[in-house]
Design a protein around this ligand. Structure first.
Ligand SMILES: [Zn+2]
Ligand SMILES: [Zn+2]
Length: 376
């Protein structure tokens, strides 16, 4: 008996047909008939709706529980996920939790990037590569208590048909051009939505910087973040998966984060989880130290090597000590402000100490970064 994985013909047909229609029929229609602006805008809105349902709902809410959500937002994301045709939220989250737990392990990670671009992008869905794996949903027991998740899982097929044909046809009736609407809001939107999401499993594990860790293949990539509603900061995400943000800086493009935050102001979302700043900073510095040491080791075999390495390490240790002092001072300061248990004079003394530590830390960080950069 052959051990060749069985081809999943339904998946192959869906991907092939939608891709070919988007590639051939859409440009043909554009040339011979043209599209109205309103149709293009509607297709773009549908694309955003699908993408954000996956990033906000499937990924950050259900797979990682990084915040809590009112049923209304969960319902909207469940419909959008069916529209995006990426399996039920329960199934998707189950796969994704395995991906995080066993990242890069070719036999367990469902879309291991170590098996190459094609496999992690789409190949893993075209053949039955893990026939021994029984989808027991044991790792998503918490989600089985979510009524919206279970309702979507139960009626998934019906919902995908309703969303993928219903919305384009209804919009086509409104504009009086069902064919154009099916092509743009149906096929093109679906293909773009599929492949941009798939890029997170493929490109985001191949192309970009390993800012926080090199223990897995995930990368940070600002360009990718633009096309994936913020998910391009994948190196950060793999090390701190419980954070509702992927792009943690204000200037990093992460509309999923903005939406979750915005919804918290009207109590649609709550309990947004973030990783503390000192933990993030430490991971980043540790990675810098590792890179510098690796480069140093590969570059020179001379006598000064040991000494330089020691200096790098001792300056780094100093930096971490200063950082711990700074963050503990900050904690005390914030606590004293909140609980008002000390006098104004004592508080201004605390503030003074804190500012002094801040200056010292900044100085040490500058010195150490310069030292580390000599080898990078
Ligand atoms: Zn994830
Ligand atoms: Zn990943």
């Amino acid at each position: 008996m052959s051990n060749k994985p069985k081809i999943l013909w339904l998946n192959v047909s869906v991907f092939a047909v939608t891709f070919l229609v988007a590639l051939i029929a859409v440009p043909y229609r554009a040339i011979t008939h043209g599209f109205e602006t309103v149709e293009i805008v509607a297709a773009l809105l549908c694309f955003i709706y699908c993408g954000m349902s996956i990033t906000v709902g499937y990924h950050r809410l259900w797979s990682h529980r990084t915040f809590q959500s009112h049923w209304s937002l969960r319902f909207i994301c469940a419909l959008g996920g069916a529209f995006a045709l990426q399996n039920s939220a329960l199934h998707w989250s189950s796969d994704h939790r395995i991906h995080h737990k066993h990242v890069d392990k070719n036999d367990i990670d469902p879309y291991s990037a170590k098996r190459g671009f094609w496999y992690s992008h789409i190949g893993w869905m075209l053949k039955e590569y893990q026939p021994e794996r029984i989808q027991s949903y044991d790792n998503v027991r918490d989600l089985q208590k979510d009524n919206v998740v279970m309702w979507q899982h139960k009626h998934y097929l019906l919902l995908t048909i309703l969303m993928n044909f219903g919305i384009p046809i209804a919009f086509g009736i409104y504009t009086g051009d069902i064919i154009s609407s099916l092509l743009l809001l149906g096929f093109l939107r679906l293909v773009l939505s599929h492949h941009t999401t798939f890029f997170i499993n493929s490109l985001a594990h191949i192309w970009g910087k390993q800012t926080y860790t090199d223990k897995n293949s995930a990368r940070d990539n600002g360009i990718l973040a633009f096309f994936t509603f913020g998910e391009g900061y994948h190196n950060y995400h793999h090390i701190f998966e419980n954070d509702y943000r992927n792009g943690i800086r204000w200037y990093q493009f992460d509309p999923s984060k903005w939406l979750i935050k915005l919804c918290s102001y009207i109590n649609v979302t709550s309990k947004l989880r973030v990783v503390s700043e000192d933990k993030i900073e430490k991971a980043k510095l540790k990675m810098m130290l590792k890179v510098s040491k690796d480069i140093l080791r590969s570059k020179s075999q001379t006598d000064g090597l040991c000494e330089t390495q020691q200096k790098l390490q001792s300056e780094y240790d100093q930096l971490i000590i200063k950082m711990n002092e700074l963050y503990s001072a900050r904690k005390t300061l914030l606590l004293s402000k909140k609980e008002q248990f000390i006098s104004d004079v004592e508080q201004s003394e605390l503030l003074k100490q804190y500012n002094e530590l801040k200056v010292k830390f900044a100085q040490q960080k500058r010195d150490w970064t310069l030292l580390a950069q000599q080898f990078a």
